[in-house]
Design a protein around this ligand. Structure first.
Ligand code: FES
Length: 61
């Protein structure tokens, strides 16, 4: 499933970018070698960042 249709960024690619340290949507684009276009995906990417950060926090406990 794609999180960014403009750039063909899949959910798993965005997750990998976040797990390797991307803290903002712009960093996810950069790590996926993509450029923001319509930016409709930015709220979804922000949610993914929050979810991954939460799951990493729980995993660390
Ligand atoms: S859907 Fe991601 S930039 Fe358009």
């Amino acid at each position: 499933m794609y999180v960014c249709n403009c750039n063909g960024i899949r959910e798993r690619d965005a997750c990998a970018a976040i797990e390797s340290g991307a803290k903002r949507p712009a960093e996810v684009f950069r790590r996926c070698q993509a450029t923001p276009r319509c930016v409709k995906c930015v709220p979804d990417i922000r949610r993914m960042i929050e979810q991954v950060e939460q799951s990493l926090l729980y995993a660390a406990e």
